[in-house]
Every structure is written in structure tokens, then in C-alpha cells.
Design a protein around this ligand. Structure first.
Ligand code: X8Z
Ligand code: ZN
Length: 621
């Protein structure tokens, strides 16, 4: 995830969410004309006052965001009582500032102002992930809760075979084990870290909702849905529409995978009708299934001649070489290399001497050049993809650094997530792997279906997960789901969207949502669903620009500076214009369009339909 300060996704999509309200101005600020503009009783609300208010807001946010980012980085790379204390304090202060500015912006609601000023005034209101209400102590309480939730997740461990293990170890075992009893123990074991979070989570929801209502939103979920340059309800309907386009394909994949799991494990473990057992899919949250490719590989119609993890191991890749390789892809498109400080200051592997937040993220510490990643990189295919994903955030951040502070963000948060994924689509092609010397020969057409199946196991399997995380949160924030119903609602959404069930009954105190990073980390998740679509729109458009006429899954834009130039035009825009304009700048299209993903996978869908003939697909929910 990216870590910019401020705006919608901004300042930490994760921890910097917290904040308090009110607090009024400090003395220095009150002495400036712009600060006057922020004080309701002061100067009249004119266009000039609005511009001055915005200019002052951007300066204050830029200053405080840098301090906050440096403290957050310190906490995320060294979790202690003291760094948590420091982070809670700065997060509270930052949210106070955000809420103060959002309220101040409302003064100019009825004033005629230039377009860019109007956009910035709107962004001031929309750029808070979790607002706190305007009463003493609220921001502090909220910030303490969010830092504690994030740190509890990051330091979570559980006992497995007589040893305490971390999520990184558990994830590798989930990917590699084919023993259902072991997989069940890993699935359930990791979820023992989260029941302790449930009361904090419920309290956090209360406070943030109070804050959101004060800003004029029905609840925090409604505020999150308002960040897409369209009405919040229209946005929700848009995600439904997109999902309906992809769903038949997902159902086809689900049906095929269920059949192969049934063949491997037998009826007692995985029946050949109904939902799939969630722990059998090679991933702790069953969100990407590529790790069980070996289990579901075609028995006819071609086989894959390589495994990316093995290629990386065979070529003696280490974490730094993975990141260098990722950087090289962007450089091949004509973008400048990463600054030296990136290499000096990033955290690329898990330090052994302290607790850190291992979930991968990309940071922009000074709103300019101090960009970094923080990853506990392992040498495998998953992290090869993740490196490209994270670097996408960094290249975006650097491209829009010349924008005013409030426009230093993705065109929407889905764009921020899609940049690196788009590059990753080329970086995973056999053609590219061959070009960089990882793969001896480029496989022929007989490997198209195996390749597309591998990609679909990650990309198509992800889509319902990308949707369900925030569907759960929307229900929590709007009160339809009460704290007593948190876990059952999560399981119900898993069943409804993904067609999955846990490997056994969940305990009374289970809080399974807390075992997924973005819930305790408070990172909105619909962004990844959108990115799942945008990356294919970008890919289709880029391949067209490159003059590619073959199948989309064989296209790589490695080394194409013309595509890079046009791509960079979109990146440099940041959030300065409504997202359809950014989309248009690169792709010529203005909307969300799931046809790009179905185009890419079309040959596989035909093949899956054939494989599923005569089967009872779906899961009856
Ligand atoms: O959180 C991430 C990135 C950081 S923005 C590693 N992703 C989502 C996840 O892990 O759940 C990328 C794919 C979806
Ligand atoms: Zn990301």
C-alpha cells in the first residue's frame, strides 16, 4: 500500500487515520490571513479568502505530514511501546488538523471559486480515512486504538507444531503444504491473533462514525464511497455492475478448482458441490490461488514448463536483486532510476532484532524524493509480483511530486494500486522472463492455457475478495452489522462472494476480519477491486499503443519508452483532475470497464467452460 500523507488514500491509508477534532488554531497560524479564513467568525467568505485558506491548509498539511510520515516509518520498522506512543500522538494531531480544515472548507460551500480551488476544498473533506469528532480526547482515543490494532496484527504469532510462528512463515506453509490437517491448523492458528482486537474495533467504529457524521456523511463507509468523483450510491452501484461482468468467469474458475480439489483430497475434505474449503487454496485469506497451480494444472491441453519461484531460486536471486529487477522494468520505460536514498533507507527484508510491520508498503516521506519501500521480501513468485506492485506506488509518488500538496495522490485510490500491477502483467510474461535471462526459452502456444490459468488463479480469484472486504466494512459502519455479528457477517460474505467456507466451525469469540491486515490497518479495500480492473484497461491500451496485435496475455511493454511517456503523463497528473481524465490521458477511455479483464482471459474462459461441462457449478448462496 502506499503511504502518502493526506488525501483520500493518503496519509496512511492505514494508521494515520486517527484524529481528533476541534482544537482550534495555534497562535502562529492565527496570525496569518489564511488562518483567519479558517475561523468562521472572521473574514467574509470570498473567493480570495478561499484561495488563501487552501494555500495555508496545504502548507500546514505538508509540514505535519512529513513529521507524521517519519514517525510512522519509525514505528512500522521498530514497534515498541515508545514508538507506538509517538505514533498515536502524531496521528491524533494530524487528524485534528484534517478535521479542522475539513470544517473550515465548508465555509466556502456557497462561494464561487476557481475549479482547482473547489477541487481542493472537496479533497479536504474527503481525504480523511477515519475522522474523529470535535470533542476533547476523541482523536487521542481513536489514534491509540488504531496504532494498537495495527501493532497487534504486525506482532501476531501462534503456536504451530510446538513452535511460535509469524505470518511470513505461516504464509509459506499455506502455499506449500498439501496436508489438510496442517492447512486447517495454520488457518485457525493465525486467526487466534485477532479476537483480542474486537472490542477496540467496535469502539473505533463508533468514534469514526461520530466524526464522519460531523463532517456531513451518513457514516464512515459513505465517506469512503464519496472519493470517486461521483455520487457515493452511484459508486456502489458501479462496483456491483463491474462484479456482475466478472462473476460468470469467477464461477467457472471456482467450479473447475473445486473439482480438482475434490479429485486430490476426496469428498471428506472437499465435496464436489457447494463451497470450497478456504484453507486449501494456498493463501491465508484465499485471496489469490496461484500457489496451488500444481494441484489444479490441466491434465490435458498443455502443461507449464516453469515455476517462477524455482527460476528465481535457480538464478540466485536475493531480495535486493528482486527490487533492482523491478526498478529496471520502470527504467526501461524511460522513467528515472530510484534515488540513492531509496536504497539506503528502504527496509527490504525482515530485521531479526525487532518487531516490524511486514505487510508490504511504499512510502513517500517528504512529499518529494524520499521514497522507500518496506517489505519482508522472500525470494518467490508472489514477492516478485509484490515488488513491482510497491514500486508502482513509488514511481507514481515521484511523478506527481510537482503537484500542489492536495493533488499529490492517485487519480483515485484504485489507480495507485493498479500502476505496479499493470507493470507486473508484462513482468510476468515468459517473453520478459526470457529477456532478463530467467527463462531459457519462450514457451509456445501450448502453454497459453497453463499460463492463463496461473494468472486467473491470482487475478480472477482475487476479485470477489477485493469486493467483500469493504462490503463487510460498509455494513459495519452503517450499523447493519453489530459487533456481536462481526464474525458471522464476515463468514457470510466469504460464502456469498467467494463461495468459500472455513475449514471448521469458528469459535464463539472469533474475529476473523482482524486477521486480514487492512482491517486492523484501516486501509480501504475497494481500491484493490478497482485495480483488478484498471490494470487490464492499462495493459490493453498500452499494448495497442505498442502496436501489439497478438493475444493480450503475451504482450509485454518492457523497454517501450513511447508507452512510458504516455504513462508518465497520467502519473504526473496525480489527483489534480477527476479520475476519468487521467484514465483518458493514458487509455483514451473514460470509464471503469471490466471488458479488458474478460478480453485478456477469453481463451481460458472457453477452456474452463469446456472442462466444466456437465458439472453442477455454483455454491447455492
Ligand atoms: O496490500 C496489498 C499490497 C500493498 S498496497 C501488498 N495488496 C492487497 C493485499 O495484500 O491484500 C496487494 C494485493 C491486494
Ligand atoms: Zn499497494
Amino acid at each position: 500500500m502506499k503511504r502518502t500523507l493526506m488525501t483520500a488514500a493518503a496519509l496512511c491509508a492505514l494508521s494515520l487515520a486517527a484524529g481528533c477534532a476541534s482544537l482550534g488554531m495555534d497562535n502562529d497560524a492565527a496570525a496569518t490571513p489564511a488562518a483567519d479564513a479558517a475561523m468562521p467568525a472572521a473574514a467574509p467568505a470570498t473567493a480570495e479568502a478561499a484561495s488563501a485558506f487552501v494555500a495555508d491548509a496545504e502548507k500546514r498539511l505538508a509540514d505535519l505530514s512529513e513529521e507524521a510520515a517519519r514517525i510512522q516509518w519509525t514505528r512500522a520498522t521498530n514497534i515498541t511501546h515508545d514508538t507506538m506512543w509517538l505514533e498515536s500522538r502524531i496521528n491524533a494531531e494530524f487528524t485534528e488538523l484534517q478535521v479542522e480544515l475539513a470544517n473550515g472548507a465548508a465555509r466556502f460551500n456557497d462561494v464561487q471559486v476557481p475549479d482547482d480551488v473547489r477541487r481542493k476544498l472537496n479533497l479536504l473533506r474527503l481525504g480523511i480515512v477515519l475522522p474523529a469528532p470535535n470533542r476533547p480526547g476523541a482523536a487521542g482515543e481513536l489514534a491509540e486504538i488504531t496504532t494498537r490494532l495495527d501493532s497487534t496484527y504486525a506482532t501476531g504469532k501462534f503456536e504451530f507444531k510446538g513452535r511460535q510462528i509469524t505470518l511470513d512463515e505461516a504464509s509459506i506453509l499455506m502455499a506449500e503444504s498439501r496436508d489438510p490437517a496442517e492447512l486447517k491448523a495454520l488457518y485457525e492458528g493465525w486467526r487466534t491473533i485477532s479476537p483480542v482486537m474486537a472490542p477496540d474495533y467496535a469502539r473505533m467504529v463508533e468514534i469514526a462514525n461520530e466524526g464522519s457524521r460531523e463532517l456531513g456523511f451518513a457514516d464512515t463507509g459513505a465517506m469512503w464511497r464519496a472519493g470517486y468523483d461521483m455520487e457515493p450510491d452511484a459508486f456502489a452501484a458501479e462496483t456491483d455492475r463491474l462484479w456482475e461482468q466478472v462473476k460468470p468467469f469467477y464461477e467457472n474458475l471456482h467450479c473447475y478448482v473445486r473439482d480438482r480439489l475434490n479429485a486430490k483430497y476426496g469428498d471428506a475434505v472437499q465435496p464436489d458441490t457447494g463451497p470450497i474449503r478456504a484453507d486449501l487454496l494456498g493463501n491465508m485469506w484465499s485471496q489469490q490461488w496461484g500457489n496451488i497451480y500444481d494441484v489444479v494444472a490441466p491434465t490435458s491441453g498443455g502443461e507449464s514448463s516453469y515455476d517462477l519461484t524455482k527460476l528465481l531460486e535457480g538464478a540466485d536471486y536475493d531480495a535486493t536483486k528482486m527490487v533492482k529487477t523491478g526498478e529496471n522494468f520502470y527504467v526501461s520505460m524511460g522513467l528515472d532510476p530510484l534515488p540513492q536514498t531509496f536504497w539506503e533507507r528502504s527496509m527490504i527484508t525482515r530485521p531479526r532484532d525487532r518487531e516490524v510491520v511486514c505487510h508490504a508498503s511504499a512510502w513517500d516521506l517528504d512529499n518529494a524524493d524520499d521514497i522507500r519501500i518496506k517489505m519482508c521480501t522472500q525470494v518467490n513468485g508472489d514477492d516478485f509480483y509484490t515488488v513491482h506492485h510497491e514500486l508502482g506506488h513509488n514511481f507514481y509518488q515521484r511523478a506527481y511530486k510537482g503537484q500542489p500538496f492536495l493533488f499529490k495522490n492517485g487519480a483515485n485510490d484504485g489507480f495507485h494500486e493498479a500502476i505496479g500491477d499493470f507493470v507486473g502483467l508484462s513482468a510476468l510474461t515468459p517473453t520478459y522472463l526470457n529477456q532478463i535471462g530467467l527463462l531459457d526459452r519462450v514457451p509456445g502456444e501450448s502453454e497459453d492455457i497453463p499460463f492463463l490459468l496461473k494468472m486467473a488463479l491470482d487475478k480472477i480469484a482475487f476479485m470477489p475478495f477485493g469486493l467483500m472486504v469493504d462490503r463487510w466494512r460498509w455494513g459495519v459502519f452503517n450499523g447493519e452489522t453489530t459487533p456481536a455479528e462481526y464474525n458471522d457477517a464476515w463468514s457470510a460474505d466469504m460464502l456469498r462472494y467467494q463461495g468459500l467456507v472455513p475449514p471448521g466451525p469458528r469459535p464463539e469469540n472469533a474475529f476473523d476480519p482482524g486477521a486480514k491486515y487492512h482491517i486492523p490497518g484501516n486501509t480501504p479495500y475497494t481500491r484493490y477491486f478497482l485495480a483488478g480492473i484498471y490494470q487490464f484497461q492499462f495493459h490493453r491500451a498500452a499494448c495497442k499503443q505498442a502496436g501489439w496485435t497478438g493475444p493480450l496475455h503475451r504482450c509485454s511493454i518492457y523497454g517501450n519508452e513511447e508507452v512510458g511517456r504516455r504513462f508518465n503523463t497520467m502519473l504526473e497528473m496525480g489527483q489534480s483532475r477527476p479520475w476519468p481524465e487521467a484514465m483518458q490521458a493514458f487509455t483514451g477511455e473514460r470509464g471503469n470497464d471490466a471488458s479488458a479483464i474478460t478480453d485478456y482471459f477469453a481463451p481460458l474462459n472457453v477452456w474452463l467452460t469446456e472442462q466444466n461441462r456437465g458439472k453442477d457449478c455454483g455454491w447455492g448462496a
